[in-house]
Design a binder for this molecule. Structure first.
Ligand code: ATP
Ligand code: MG
Length: 425
C-alpha cells in the first residue's frame, strides 16, 4: 500500500522551523543520493507547533556510509549502530539507517531462535516499527513533503494516541510502550484510542518483563516532563503502577482504607513538581524518588508502639531503608541516587524535631543534602496546604521554593561621614 504523501503547500512545516544543523545533515545525505527523512518526535512536535527537543534523521545510507560522509561523527549502540553527528555547543544529531524492527523487540523464528532486531529495512518497515501513529511520520527533504504510512496525520487531527498495529501485540513485544502511550497522551492532551487503552489494562502485568534501566529512564521522563501529575494519575487508574511496584499495593491498593486520600496526596505532590518544571527549575532524580516514596513511607513505616524517642528514630530509619530498597527494586536506581534519596527522606523527622525545638543544629545545616531535605519538606508542607516555618525558610536560599515569600533583603546601615567624625571626637 502506498503511503499518504502530503505536499509542502498542504502542511505547516517549513525549513525555517528545522534546526540548521539537522538541515545540513539532511541535505548532505540527499546530495549524495541517499533518501533522508526527518523522523519521530521532531515531525510530530513541528506539526503541533512545538519546538522539538531533538531532530532525528533516518536514511537508507548504511552506518559506514553515514560515517564516511560526516567526519564529526561516531557510531554508537551495541546492536543497532546509530550515528551521532557532533556540532558545536554539544549539539548532537542522530542518524539511523531504516530498520525493520524496534531495537527492543525480540522475535522468535519457527525454530524458537531469537531473531535479533538489527536488520535494515525499508522506509515503510521503519515507519511500522515505531510505537504510536503520531510518532511514525516522515518529513522528506527531497520535496519537503510529509510521508505517512501509519495514519499519523489523521490521528493528529483527531487528537488520538494509537499504537501502530495491534496494540496487544505491540505491548507484548515491548511493554515499555504502555508507559510511552500514557506519556504522549498526557503531554499532548490527546485521548487514548479505545483498543490501545484496553490493551494496557489487559497487558499491564507484562511491564515487569522490561529491563529496569529502560523502565527507570522512561518513568523519569514522565516525571520530568511537566505533566507528571496527569501521567501518574493515568498510571494509577490503569493499575500499571501496582504492576510495576507490587510493594505499593498496601499503599494505593484496596488494603489501605485511606487509599483515596493517599493517592490524592501523591498526585498533589507531583502537581507541584509540574509547577517547578514549568518555571524552568530542574528537579533532580532523588527529589522525584523521594516524593514518589513519601506516601509509601507514611503507610509502611509506622512508629513502633513500645520504643522510646531515640530508639524510635533508629527503628524508623531501619524500616525506611528496607521499604526504599524494596520499592525501588524494579528500577535499578544508581547507588548514589538511592543513597541521596534515603538521606533526604531520613532527614525529615529530624527537620520536624528541629522546628519543634526552634533551632536547627549546625551539624544538620552543614550536611550536603540539607537544602534538598528542606525542599522536600517544603513540597510536602505545600501539598498539605501548610506554611513552612520561618526558621527553616531562613536557613536556605530564599528562592529554593518559588511559593515561599521572598525574604526582604537586609539593608546594611552605612555610617555617614558625619557620624564617623562625631564618633571619633
Ligand atoms: P521526546 O519528545 O520525548 O523525545 P520522542 O517521540 O522523540 O519523544 P524518543 O524516545 O526520543 O521519543 O524516541 C524517538 C522515536 O523512536 C519515537 O518518536 C518513536 O518513533 C521511536 N520509539 C521510541 N521508543 C520506541 C519503542 N519502545 N518502540 C517503538 N518505537 C519507539
Ligand atoms: Mg526524542
Amino acid at each position: 500500500m502506498n503511503p499518504l504523501v502530503i505536499p509542502r503547500p498542504e502542511h505547516p512545516i517549513s525549513r525555517s522551523m528545522i534546526d540548521e544543523e539537522a538541515l545540513k545533515v539532511l541535505y548532505r545525505l540527499h546530495r549524495h543520493g541517499f533518501t533522508s527523512y526527518l523522523v519521530g518526535g521532531s515531525v510530530r512536535d513541528l506539526l503541533l507547533g512545538k519546538v522539538p527537543k531533538d531532530f532525528d534523521i533516518a536514511t537508507n545510507a548504511h552506518p559506514h556510509e553515514i560515517s564516511a560522509l560526516f567526519k564529526n561523527s561516531r557510531a554508537i549502540g551495541r546492536r543497532f549502530r546509530l550515528i551521532h553527528i557532533f556540532f558545536k555547543d554539544r549539539k548532537i544529531i542522530e542518524v539511523s539507517t531504516f530498520r525493520s524492527r524496534s531495537e527492543f523487540e525480540e522475535t522468535q523464528n519457527e525454530e524458537g531462535e531469537t531473531i535479533r532486531a538489527d536488520s535494515f529495512g525499508t522506509p515503510r518497515e521503519d515507519a511500522f516499527r515505531r510505537d504510536i501513529t503520531i510518532n511514525g511520520l516522515f518529513y522528506n527533504i527531497a520535496d519537503f513533503s510529509i510521508i505517512d504510512y501509519v495514519g499519523g496525520m489523521a490521528d493528529l487531527q483527531r487528537k488520538i494516541i494509537r499504537t501502530i498495529g495491534d496494540p496487544d501485540e505491540r505491548f507484548q513485544q515491548d511493554p515499555v510502550r504502555m508507559i510511552r502511550v500514557i506519556r504522549h497522551a498526557t503531554r499532548t492532551g490527546f485521548s487514548i484510542d479505545d483498543r490501545t487503552y484496553q490493551a494496557i489494562l489487559w497487558r499491564r502485568e507484562e511491564i515487569k518483563k522490561c529491563s529496569p534501566s529502560r523502565l527507570r529512564d522512561e518513568f523519569l521522563r514522565d516525571l520530568k516532563d511537566g505533566a507528571a501529575k496527569p501521567s501518574l494519575s493515568l498510571i494509577l487508574r490503569t493499575d500499571l503502577l501496582l504492576s510495576l511496584f507490587p510493594g505499593l499495593d498496601r499503599v494505593f491498593g484496596d488494603r489501605n482504607p485511606y487509599k483515596d486520600r493517599d493517592r490524592e496526596v501523591f498526585l498533589t505532590l507531583f502537581g507541584l513538581v509540574d509547577e517547578l518544571v514549568k518555571i524552568g527549575r530542574p528537579v533532580l532524580d532523588y527529589i522525584l524518588f523521594a516524593l514518589f516514596l513519601t506516601p509509601a513511607l507514611k503507610v509502611l513505616t509506622p512508629e513502633h508502639p513500645f520504643l522510646g524517642e531515640k530508639e524510635q528514630h533508629f527503628y524508623r530509619a531501619q524500616t525506611m531503608r528496607l521499604v526504599i530498597r524494596d520499592i525501588l527494586t524494579p528500577f535499578s536506581v544508581p547507588k548514589g541516587t538511592k543513597e541521596m534519596t534515603s538521606l533526604i527522606l531520613l532527614a525529615q523527622p529530624y527537620l520536624k524535631k528541629a522546628i519543634d525545638r526552634g533551632i536547627i543544629p549546625r551539624r544538620m545545616r552543614t550536611k550536603k543534602y540539607f537544602e534538598e531535605a528542606v525542599l522536600l519538606f517544603g513540597l510536602k508542607a505545600r501539598a498539605k496546604g501548610e506554611e513552612v516555618p520561618r526558621l527553616l525558610r531562613n536557613a536556605v536560599p530564599s528562592d529554593l521554593l518559588p511559593w515561599w515569600p521572598q525574604r526582604p533583603k537586609k539593608r546594611r546601615r552605612r555610617s555617614s561621614w558625619r557620624s564617623v567624625l562625631l564618633r571619633r571626637t
